[in-house]
Design a protein around this ligand. Sequence first.
Ligand code: ADP
Length: 632
Amino acid sequence: MRRPDKPSAGYIAALTAVFLLAVAWGWTAPGTQIDNYAYDFMFRLTASPPPTMDSVVLAFDDRTLRETGGMSQLRSVLAEVLDLVSRQKPKAVAVDIILADAGADQAAREADRRLAAAFRSVRHLVLPCDIVPGGWQDPAPVFRGTAEALGHVHGGADKLDSVTRQIPLQAVANGRRRWALSLEAFRLSHPAGPLIESPEDIELGGVRIPASGPDRQMRVRYVPPDAEGRSRISTVSVKDVLDKPETARLFRDKVVFIGVTSQSAARDRPLIPTSYGQATPGVEVHAHAYETLAGQQFFTTAGQLPVLGFCALLVALAGLIFWYRDGWGAYSLGGLLVASVMVLPFVLFSRNVVFPVFGPTTSAWLSVGVAASYQHFVIRRRLRRTEAERFRYQQAIRFVTHEMKTPLTAIQGSSELIGRYNFSDEKRKQIAEVINSESKRLSGMIQTFLNVERLSEGEMQLKKETFELRRLLEPSLARVAPLAERKQIAIVSGRTDNALLNGDRELMEYAVYNLLTNAIKYSPAATQVSVTAVQDGGTIRIRVQDQGIGMDESDLRNIFRKFYRTKRAEASGEAGTGIGLSIVEQIVVSHGGSIEVTSSPGKGSCFTLVVPATALPGGDSADSSVQERQIK
Ligand code: ADP
């Protein structure tokens, strides 16, 4: 079996469908979720702690709340600890405790005033705000003027699995925009510079932060936990600072994030990729986000176009592998392709580019699967068909060689007779004529068979000669006359125009002769076969009509296939090799013509050869004289 040089349309269509399916699948929730898992996995595998860390969490942990009077005393305790912290001149202090309500009674109002005074003593203070129904929930008026900036603490948990992989750097409510708490802490603690926005990123003090989209999401480069699984972000308990004021030295030149970490009181405890399903206090996530900004090692997300391009490349590679390779070679290369798909996302991830895994992996798997199945089923089917054809071809060869035996036997017998006996001159001449005519028949058979083979291989050049239509029909009619006579079939030769054809007369004669012999073979005795040949404008129509066994619709679709024989013909005992009509078709097509067939079972068939006519010299139009000739 020879494979076509170019992949077939069906194969390309199947692979295109695979590409579209894989890409569309990658955009669905399960696809995104798998990409998230892969992201977390690569994150944990490649994460390394930054060389220096700038942030410290000052935590209202369980012990602090238990031993300092709980949440109701939080503001007084915060004021007390801030006095100690601010003396150490931290670079900035960001508070992740919503202070929206003002004190209700005298004592509470006094505590608020104390806290506001403590806030004022802090250099670069960021207070939190959050979005609630109705708009921004800002700190109570008593605190508002004390902060240099308000930073939002709006979460960025993934809707599918609640893991916070990125945070929105900006949030908008009621038309007012606020930057994230971590970004504000970074802005205040670093040499100030203008904040320049572009669709793809934010530039702050010369640092380019990739953050696109309406929320300006930034992927947080979480600081990985230590070998024991403890967070590397230093966390100091408020109670420890109160008990040992010298502990406050830890805050010198640091950015301090203050929040509630107590299991029972902390409002937000997001999941993060490095915490293995353990919730992390929200205030720590702000510290991680701050470290991402300070470390200036940002992740960027690969654009849609490169991803689509990569998927298309994988599908094309799988397609080419299975088109140009077979068996184990193809399977090994296909396997290698699937295995190597993970390499690109991994290499890119280590270079801080987040590339999806699901779309490319699915593209590779599916395309390898589909290409392999296609080759398996479609090519196998083709192979089976070719084998069946070869079998029939062998049958035909057997048939032809069998046919050759008849003239050969006659030649052999005759030559033996001459050698063995002393015949009279008369008899000798007779035997020589038999040998001569039988060997001519034999060479004619061989020549036709060879011509046909060469014609089907496209090797044979058609002879180009101009000849009269009559010269085509008359010899054929003469040759079939004895056959018709034997079955008492009348051949009615109707109108024959005096038209001219251009081409190979011998081959065209073979075509007409074949139609005539078929008409006689597949007709019962004492019926009629009529032949007409007319010029109709620029075409010549040669029509052979019989009153024979006929054919049904399905036969008509197949009779031009090599070696096809109808059941009806086989039952009649007349069927031959089944190659005659395929040859007729090749001859007519190579002359720029076509064949029309009409037939119905039991009612006879009509074959019409339609070939281009050649203009008569001198512009003479066809002679329309009608001849009626009956051959008995
Ligand atoms: P074969 O040598 O078998 O005649 P052909 O290629 O000439 O081979 O014809 C193919 C088949 O088409 C035949 O076997 C026969 O079944 C059918 N066929 C051809 N011509 C006729 C006809 N005039 N009437 C009925 N069946 C025909």
